[in-house]
Design a protein. Structure first.
Length: 367
């Protein structure tokens, strides 16, 4: 007891007189919150609830038939067009391997590509906070121009708005895009089937860690660079040999975990992952371990998940590995009839763990 009393006296000497208990509260979003919380933009359960219970009822018949995929496929004059839009609020605007500018181009190009479309053109819209240096806005615009040229798409229309200082945060970017879906291509989450092979195009968690590595007060002692890349060329290579690709998705917000859960739910199938097969780089694993994060939930901006029937798996995998953005592609799991709508991982010790949909987002403002 004497030792305990002495410890209390010593603690009292160094502890603050007033303890701010509010600062100790876990910032997990509340599902019954009457206001918007950060988790509503995280691509997880809260995002889905916002769409299902606020936006869709509000839109009514105007949203009829929407499949809630990354891009909508519309038939116009006998041509199938993919149409998508996305907004980018990443913080900081510039990070190892990229910026909000190239991210805005590549992200929308990839949303179109996940329907099998060849991207044609993008719109660009900027919301700029008063006081933002013109040099920063110029760097963003130049990055968008370079990324568009590299992806072979045109920037054809746009808009600019300025908000009061403090009402925004530097530069926010919105891009919308259109592309053409080739005849006979039908790629969507609902097409996942039992026995489908699940392939990922390369290392996961890279983008999220790259962004976090340059945020204030966070240093991982690593040089992880964002994987932001346009993936339509990789998709074209996968489809060139006539393979029947069932599903394509780029695992951005919520990472691989959220994306696989969305696919499993849409198709009414289960997904079983082989944990040892998941391509997690050592530096990403170390950074996630430091922050207490699971790499499966960390965002990617240059990777895709593919669900293909077993008969086509080998040739799709071979085609991916011949492309620069798919050379590290690996099989990470299969679709199963068991546990429909659920994703599980087989651990290296022979056990099984459930990979659930995240409530919000582990790493906010990463895209």
């Amino acid at each position: 007891m004497a030792d305990l009393a002495g410890s209390r006296e010593s603690l009292a000497e160094v502890a603050p007189a007033v303890i701010d208990a509010e600062g100790w509260v876990c910032p997990a979003p509340l599902r019954d919150s009457p206001t918007i919380v950060m988790g509503h933009g995280g691509g997880g359960v809260l995002s889905d609830e916002l769409v299902q219970h606020l936006f869709l009822p509000a839109f009514g018949a105007a949203a009829g038939g929407a499949e809630l995929t990354d891009s909508a496929v519309l038939e116009v004059g006998g041509v199938r067009l993919a149409f998508s839009t996305d907004s980018y609020v990443v913080k900081p605007m510039f990070f190892p391997g990229g910026s909000i500018g190239d991210l805005a181009v590549n992200g929308t190009v990839n949303d179109l590509a996940m329907s099998g479309a060849a991207p044609l053109a993008l719109s660009t819209a900027f919301i700029v906070a008063e006081g933002t240096p013109l040099t920063d806005l110029g760097r963003v615009a130049e990055a968008m121009g370079r990324a568009a040229q590299a992806a072979g798409v045109r920037l054809v229309t746009g808009d600019t708005k300025v908000v009061d200082a403090g009402a925004g945060d530097g530069v926010f970017v919105n891009t919308a895009g259109i592309g053409v879906v080739p005849p006979g291509v039908d790629i969507r989450p609902a097409r996942a089937r039992p026995d489908d092979v699940v392939i990922i195009s390369g290392d996961i968690g890279v983008h999220g860690v790259a962004v976090m590595s340059c945020r204030e007060g966070l240093e991982f002692g690593t040089a992880v660079r964002s994987d932001s890349s346009p993936l339509h060329g990789l998709v074209a290579a996968m489809l060139a040999n006539g393979a029947d690709v069932h599903v394509l998705r780029d695992p951005t917000r919520g990472g691989v975990a959220a994306t696989l859960n969305e696919i499993a739910s849409a198709a009414g199938v289960g997904v079983t992952l082989i944990e040892r097969a998941l391509p997690v780089p050592a530096d990403v694993r170390d950074a996630c371990g430091l922050l207490g994060l699971d790499p499966l939930y960390v965002a990617n901006e240059g990777k895709l998940l593919a669900f293909v029937p077993p008969a086509d798996a080998d040739r799709v995998l071979a085609a991916m590995r011949e492309h620069p953005y798919g050379r590290d592609a690996v099989v990470v799991g299969t679709c199963v009839e068991e546990h429909p709508g659920m994703v599980v991982a087989r651990t290296g010790l022979g056990g099984t763990r459930v990979i659930d949909t995240p409530l919000g987002e582990q790493l906010p403002r990463i895209c």
